[in-house]
Design a protein around this ligand. Structure first.
Ligand code: ADP
Ligand code: MG
Length: 693
């Protein structure tokens, strides 16, 4: 249960005075639906009204707060003329200018003969000092209130600064003092104030420096959020460790048979990874390990051997891939090898239907099938396993945390191995998984040749087509990749179809096509025709981005490469350079290039190193955007900015570790405060893992 002290903060924004349903909707767009969301909506700028000159001193263009005597009103003769009010101090005269004014209102707020404080932008018009529509007008004793620094917030249509500012002030008044959850030594060392004070300071910047994410107040708030994130992850981890699982230690018989059947030797890093996985699986607690290896580094065979470890103990394993094509390809690789060891492999995707599907389900629940490959279909509700021990998830960034947990939930304390070709920077790893164990495939299988990458403008299409023709004549297999068009798959497909038609006109029937809208069977047929049959030139959308393996392909054309992300370009290019032949990637771009697009293409031309590319990607895009936060299940932060606060992350992680070592169920005074923190940042799912909830 959410602690009572937080109730006001989790009320809807409409609970604040001045916020009705319409304004709440606009607030929902920029901040969120709860009062608490307004607390996290920090100013993006300031208006400094502290400059209080005399009329004679007032600098043109500056925002100034002046104390003036109202001399006389001059009403306009027609609607196009403004209403002017002449005011003065001992040094000079200033005109207040109002268009479409309500005279009554002006007479009330600026009565002749009285002294008033006005704040706004100083202008000069035909040698007259003036101020058009002052932002604030008040009485003389309000000078101090008006002569302030005003926060400016990110806004949206239908939401003015005045209204939003008032709502934020209302939210701040609602904010209670909360018990301190952060280590006092850390607070002292960093010079951080208590939570409420830090929040008020972050919401009331005095100068530009206070807007910096590195200001003490903002750092403290960011740290709180990171601590909540790391503590929640550590609690899930601790729960996994406490849950009694299985020791999975196969006798190695099946693995030996497969190793004998392999046409190659494992690389050193494949062996190391397999050892690390075997040790984890042999522990009673469940494994959560990431296998990270650049495209083509040979993750599939590692997955197969790990799965056989489970099968050797009479239990089952699954390998889940994000696309149908990839699942089928895993089947092509894995099935003959598994057969060599006498292990039954089945595939389960959206395409298996009716009686065929039912038969597979029966054999999964009876245990006849040892290894299941497939897509999301593997964890649909009616899929049951006799004894699932290991779940391998390929290209994990395509799946959210939720999907990972659902798959693992198909057995008890299932060991989980996630595989990725996208090197995840350490900071992102930590925020998404906490301390996850990592195995890395650092070497490529022997005999791989570097890919030559050439960057050319899109209008050299004719020249490129001729070059492709020459390559085809020499017996090459060529991918021709067409880009995404404004996120629309239909247009996407249309572009690929057009290009296919055009190239078919040139190269005839050796031209094939594959895209995401094709029926599964047709996709397979297209891929197979390219891999071993009559098709030598395959026009494709990004469906081939992930994992597709046709070692004889040596040329790739990527159209409109400026529309692709860096990681995506790297993945695409990874489809070639897999065999013994030299490979070439022709990267086409349409001018003009944006600065980041130019940099992306430069990086892709310069290097094939996945780690370097991932780092550059991080630099170019920023941590939040990398991997596409939402779809990848990466957490989103409101206050922490991983590009700036990355150094706070290990501090939060260590702190979380120490906390749980001392007080694993958060029952002490600090523990109780930490529970409030978890609820405050909505990381409360972790709270149910505590023994005394
Ligand atoms: P990825 O890590 O991108 O998933 P794959 O598992 O698809 O890579 O492997 C790419 C290719 O390398 C496959 O054709 C596979 O058979 C081959 N391969 C894997 N390991 C080795 C090895 N140790 N020596 C030679 N070839 C290997
Ligand atoms: Mg793969």
């Amino acid at each position: 249960m959410r602690p009572e002290i937080l109730f006001p903060l989790f009320a809807p924004a409409t609970a604040l005075t001045g916020v009705g349903p319409r304004i709440a909707q606009a607030i929902g767009k920029v901040a969120g639906e709860h009062v608490a969301d307004l607390l996290w909506h920090l100013p993006s700028g300031i208006i400094d009204r502290r400059y209080a000159p005399t009329v004679a001193e007032a600098k043109t263009g500056a925002i100034a707060t002046l104390t003036l005597r109202v001399d006389h009103h001059v009403r306009p003769h027609n609607r196009r003329q403004p209403y002017r009010i002449y005011c003065s101090d001992d040094t000079g005269t200033l005109a207040l200018v109002f268009f479409h004014a309500h005279g009554d209102y002006l007479l009330r707020t600026l009565p002749e003969g009285e002294v008033r404080v006005v704040s706004g932008t100083v202008e000069r018009f035909q040698n007259q000092i003036q101020m058009t529509h002052p932002d604030h007008i008040g009485t003389a004793d309000e000078l101090e209130r008006l002569q302030a620094v005003e926060p400016v917030y990110p806004l949206t249509a239908g939401l003015s600064l005045k209204v939003l500012g008032k709502a934020v002030r209302g939210a701040l008044e609602t904010a209670p003092d909360l018990p301190e959850w952060t280590d006092s030594a850390l607070l002292a060392q960093r010079g951080w104030k208590p939570w409420k004070e830090a929040l008020l300071a972050a919401q009331a910047p005095e100068d530009e420096g206070d807007l910096e994410p590195t200001s003490a107040a903002r750092q403290r708030l960011a740290f709180d959020e990171l601590l909540a994130n790391q503590l929640a992850l550590a609690m899930v981890r601790l729960h996994m460790r406490r849950t009694k699982g299985h020791k999975t230690e196969g006798d190695g018989a099946l693995r030996r048979q497969v190793l004998d059947a392999l046409p190659f030797q494992l690389t050193h890093s494949q062996e190391t990874a397999l050892n690390e996985i075997a040790i984890d699986m042999g522990q009673e607690s469940a494994m959560l390990r990431l296998l990270q290896g650049d495209v083509g580094s040979g993750k599939t065979v590692v997955a197969l051997l790990a799965m056989l470890n489970a099968v050797e103990t009479g239990t089952q394993a699954v390998l889940m891939a994000p696309t149908e094509i990839l699942a089928r390809q895993h089947l092509t690789t894995i099935e003959p090898l598994a057969k060599a060891a006498g292990v039954r492999v089945a595939i389960l995707t959206g395409r298996e239907k009716g009686a065929a599907r039912q038969q597979i389900l029966n054999q999964l629940s009876s245990g006849e099938i040892g290894i299941a490959l497939g897509t999301h279909a593997l964890f649909q509700e009616d899929v049951a396993y006799r004894d699932l021990r290991l779940a391998v998830i390929d290209e994990q960034h395509r799946f959210g945390v939720h999907q990972r947990l659902t798959l693992a939930g198909k057995g008890e304390a299932v060991d989980v191995l996630v595989m990725t070709a996208t090197p995840i920077p350490r900071t992102l790893m930590l925020t998404a998984y906490g301390d996850m164990d990592v195995s890395r495939l650092t070497e490529k299988p022997p005999g791989r040749r570097p890919v030559k990458t050439v960057v050319k403008p899109q209008d050299s299409l004719g020249e490129v087509t001729a070059a492709v023709g020459r390559a085809l004549d020499k017996g090459a297999k060529v991918y021709w990749v067409c880009p995404m068009i404004e996120e629309s798959e239909t247009l996407d497909v249309a572009a690929a179809e057009d290009r296919h038609a055009a190239l078919k006109g040139v190269f005839g029937d050796r031209t094939g096509l594959v895209h995401g809208r094709m029926k599964g069977k047709d996709k397979d047929a297209a891929m197979a025709a390219f891999a071993e049959g009559p098709v030598d030139l395959l026009v494709a959308t990004t469906v081939i981005e992930v994992g597709v393996d046709v070692p004889s392909a040596t040329v790739m054309v990527i159209e409109h490469a400026e529309r692709f992300g860096l990681a995506q370009l790297h993945q695409l290019r990874g489809r070639i350079g897999r065999g013994a032949e030299d490979s070439t990637c022709l990267v086409l771009y349409a001018a003009p290039l944006s600065e980041t697009a130019r940099k992306r293409l430069e990086v892709i031309r310069e290097t094939e190193d996945g780690f370097v590319i991932a780092e550059e990607d991080l630099k170019l895009r920023g941590a939040g955007e990398l991997l596409g936060t939402r779809q990848s299940g990466m957490p989103e932060f409101r206050l922490a900015d991983l590009d700036v606060h990355a150094d706070l992350l290990p501090v939060a992680r260590d702190d979380a570790r120490v906390i749980l070592a001392k007080d694993p169920d958060l029952t002490g005074a600090r523990g109780k405060a930490l529970r409030v923190l978890l609820y405050l940042f909505e990381r409360d799912v972790a709270v149910r893992f505590l023994r005394s909830g």
